[in-house]
Design a protein around this ligand. Structure first.
Ligand code: HEM
Length: 245
């Protein structure tokens, strides 16, 4: 594939939609519930189409609920959601199906996130369950949330990384040298050796600094504080726009 690398938007769209989105979804589905999607070779996989729909939420509604979270219960009551219903139903059904299969089958020794949650599941209620496992609904929510927390962020980071390397060939060359030294003769990638790759780590850190995939952070104040003359009361949620200068 040949792309004019100076066109960042086009580059990101092509690389994201044709490679990294699929790759990232494959990794996340495997990590969360040991499912092999192979969506690179099967791009019409419903996992990918529904994930893309979920992440293309309406911007006005997103801004409204971000600025006025007090109206969230009202939006819920009106049936307005950032995410298309058909896609949330799809993911819910997938997780429930995998969950049900796990309960019935012998595949209980899987080392994925879902199995970890199931192993520590609790049926206790109220105070009795303090510091105990999650219930059914919480498992479903956490698994779905993890799938998306890792999918979009990783795909975007990889796409920006590929772009950065394409426009800085000298960095790509140095990274290639480190890779060849760490894994000679294109040997298999080992976790411990990968963790020793200092230049790779610096390149990824710098890319995340220049192109942070999460545009907004939130913190809640534990105490009332005054910052540059502005009083922020205790328990107020403060929104931090990451791209603000
Ligand atoms: C390059 C990839 C990733 C980036 C850039 C990224 C970025 C972030 C950021 C900025 C936050 C908010 C942190 C804060 O408010 O202090 C966050 C939180 C979180 N991320 Fe990621 N993330 C990535 C990959 C992943 C993956 C692969 C997973 C899951 C497997 C994941 C799961 C989470 C979770 C669960 C939280 C919430 C943590 C909490 O509230 O304590 N992220 N991530």
């Amino acid at each position: 594939m040949y792309v004019q690398v100076s066109n960042l938007n086009l580059w990101l769209h092509l690389v994201y939609s044709s490679i990294f989105g699929h790759y990232s979804m494959d990794v996340m589905a495997n990590y969360v519930f040991s499912v092999d999607l192979d969506s690179i070779n099967e791009p019409s996989n419903p996992f990918i189409t529904h994930a893309s729909k979920i992440l293309r939420f309406p911007v006005p509604l997103f801004l409204f609920q971000g600025c006025f979270p007090i109206f969230l219960p009202l939006l819920e009551l009106l049936g307005l959601s950032l995410f298309p219903k058909s896609s949330t139903i799809f993911f819910r059904a997938v997780v429930e199906k995998i969950r049900a299969e796990r309960n019935e089958s012998l595949r209980k020794n899987l080392a994925d996130i879902l199995q970890n949650f199931i192993n520590y599941q609790t049926n206790k209620l109220g105070k009795e369950r303090e510091n105990q496992g999650l219930n059914d609904h919480e498992i479903l929510s956490q698994v779905t949330m993890l799938l998306f927390a890792g999918y979009e962020t990783s795909a975007t980071t990889l796409a920006f990384l590929a772009y950065t390397l394409a426009v800085h060939p000298e960095v790509m060359k140095r990274l290639q040298q480190e890779t060849d030294l760490t894994f000679p003769q294109k040997g298999p990638v080992q976790y411990n050796s990968l963790m020793q790759m200092e230049y790779l780590s610096s390149v990824v850190d710098e890319c995340l600094r220049v192109y942070p995939p999460a545009a907004r952070l939130e913190r809640m104040t534990k105490e009332t504080v005054k910052v540059k003359g502005i009083t922020i009361p205790k328990n107020m949620i403060v929104m931090i726009p990451v791209y603000a200068p």
